[in-house]
Write a protein that binds this ligand. Structure first.
Ligand code: GLY
Ligand code: MN
Ligand code: MN
Length: 539
């Protein structure tokens, strides 16, 4: 390389580095992505409204040990900020003051060299300014923010987190920030967003819908103690319709105070936004899914009879870390035999698995985005006839579901397509007699959005381009089921992550072997872990 070329290279390299530092967080998403998300939210917000969002609490594990911090997905989506004790305020309309005009403020915690020595670097106000917000202030200023919140038509909120610890030495920690806002908006101490939602429905109900609303409230009152103990709700349930019509306008026991804060709209707007993924999001999901798929195929090679569920879990997660995935997107499910029939089994404590199937439902979280991939394999490398017969039904059901996962189709079309295959298959094997029995062995939905959350928000209307969803049928036949015992303890789920495209779909997890014969062929292959022997520990 000549000196000139070297200089050229260094200039380009430092430019690239600079762009990387100023425009992209280390998780791979640009400031523009978050800015666009804020603008899209603002477009949906009603006139003269403000949205106030809080970062997630730091959650205590025990004594002075805390769980590793995980940002609230909505908060990260809108801000790009991943530190705790922070507030994001987004105004619908521009606000003007002596310094200028602005429509958003991010409040963040300050630098603190003592804390940073123990718990790691903070970005501080200066670091947060690089995100491209109109205004960034220290969280200490939040209490001094002198807006009269009564003047907004709506104050949009997510429900307040309740597991927030008050850090006594910090007068503007998340606990205080939430309380400061509650004061500003005159939030009653006993206010319950869930109950209030029902109040609004009672107040706006039409004559013809009164009985239906009562029925719903009776149903939910049996499952929600706040509704059960609420006088207004219970009075509404017990009063007859005529009396209700008379009393609602005159009787003070039906008096419901009006507030300008709202706990539904923000969730609704963010659901609309988050269910469609941007190109940057798809790239991160693609990477998370690729890592998880390699995890599945490598573990297929490494699994041997005698392994434990925990060891298999560890192998997947080691591979995730090798690729730089910070976390798992949800607790890993590794269930063998009977345990595979527990849908969200996370105990993973069975040792010495011999001839059974093992269901492995795991997802790497990369750059904040999670995969959700399941494979079910025979630990000894070969499906028994019974296992293969059930596996084929699940496989064919999934194929039918993936075929339906297309722009313009509905989630229920995917479910129905899988269900018909499962129904026919189970009847043919004489495991069930008719559709009434299907749910016993085919108990869950088969598709959900993934993204920053493993169960990402979605409206579950029609499928659109750039949605990313799972297709995950499963058949579970626990011991003692009302069928031939030869089927007992077979639990099989196959789950893939599907990007909806303009012309059809793309299976992002297609590199994780899926067809039964390919799984068997993969399991014969050598694994680098075959020779990873460790010393014996006798006790
Ligand atoms: N891993 C949870 C699910 O499949 O929905
Ligand atoms: Mn899933
Ligand atoms: Mn899953």
């Amino acid at each position: 390389m000549t000196t000139k070329t070297l200089y050229k290279f260094l200039i380009i390299y430092s430019l690239l580095l600079h762009v990387d530092l100023i425009a992209q967080d280390k998780y791979g998403i640009s400031n523009e992505f978050h800015l666009k998300n804020r603008n899209n939210l603002r477009d949906q917000m009603p006139d003269n409204s403000v949205s106030v969002l809080f970062s997630n609490p730091v959650r205590n594990r025990s004594n002075d040990v805390y769980y590793s911090y995980h940002p609230d997905p909505n908060y990260y989506y809108l801000s790009g900020w991943r530190e705790p004790h922070s507030v994001l305020v987004i105004f619908k309309n521009n606000i003007k003051d002596s310094i200028g005009s602005y429509n958003e403020i991010l409040f963040v915690r300050e630098r603190n060299p003592d804390d940073e020595q123990w718990n790691g670097k903070r970005k501080g106000v200066e670091g947060a300014r690089k995100l491209g917000f109109d205004r960034v202030l220290s969280k200490k200023s939040f209490s001094k923010m002198n807006f009269n919140f009564d003047n907004f038509n709506k104050v949009l909120l997510n429900p307040f987190q309740t597991d927030v610890k008050d850090i006594i030495a910090d007068e503007s920690d998340l606990f205080d920030l939430q309380n400061q806002l509650k004061n500003k908006i005159n939030y009653p101490n006993d206010f319950n967003p869930e109950v209030f939602k029902w109040y609004n429905l009672i107040y706006s109900v039409n004559n013809k819908d009164i009985e239906r609303l009562k029925k719903q409230l009776r149903f939910f009152s049996n499952r929600n103690k706040h509704l059960l103990n609420d006088k207004i709700i219970q009075k509404f349930i017990s009063i007859n319709t005529e009396d209700f019509m008379k009393e609602v306008n005159s009787d003070s026991s039906f008096f419901i105070p009006e507030f300008n804060f709202d706990f539904d709209l923000l969730d609704k707007y963010l659901t609309n936004q988050r269910e469609i993924k941007s190109t940057e999001e798809v790239d991160l999901i693609r990477k998370a899914v690729a890592i998880s798929s390699i995890g599945q195929s490598e573990v297929m090679k490494a699994v041997k009879p005698g392994m434990s569920e925990r060891e298999i879990q560890g192998l997947h997660q080691y591979i995730y870390k090798r690729y730089g995935a910070a976390h798992e997107g949800y607790p890993s499910i590794v269930g063998s035999g009977e345990n595979a029939c527990i849908l969200h089994y996370i105990t993973n404590d069975k040792t010495n698995i011999k001839n059974q199937l093992v269901l492995m439902d795991l997802g790497a979280e990369y750059g904040g985005y999670t995969a959700d991939v399941t494979r079910t394999i025979p630990v000894n490398g070969k499906f028994t006839d019974e296992q293969r017969l059930i596996y084929k039904i699940v496989y064919d059901a999934q194929e039918a579901g993936i075929e339906m996962a297309k722009k313009g189709n509905s989630f229920s079309q995917i479910y129905e397509a899988t269900k018909m295959v499962a129904l026919d298959g189970l009847i043919e094997l004489e495991i069930i007699k008719d559709e009434k029995e299907l749910r016993t062995y085919y108990p869950h939905g088969v598709a959900h959005h993934i993204g920053l959350d493993v169960h990402d928000p979605g409206n579950y209307g029609l499928l659109s381009e750039n949605m990313v969803i799972t297709v995950e049928p499963g058949i579970y036949i626990p011991e003692g089921s009302n069928c031939d015992p030869k089927w007992w303890s077979i639990g099989i789920r196959i789950e893939d992550d599907i990007l909806i495209t303009n012309t059809g779909n793309e299976n992002l997890s297609k590199f994780a072997p899926r067809k039964w014969d390919l799984i068997e062929k993969t399991m014969i292959l050598k694994s680098p872990l075959d020779n990873f022997n460790l010393p014996n520990l006798s006790n």
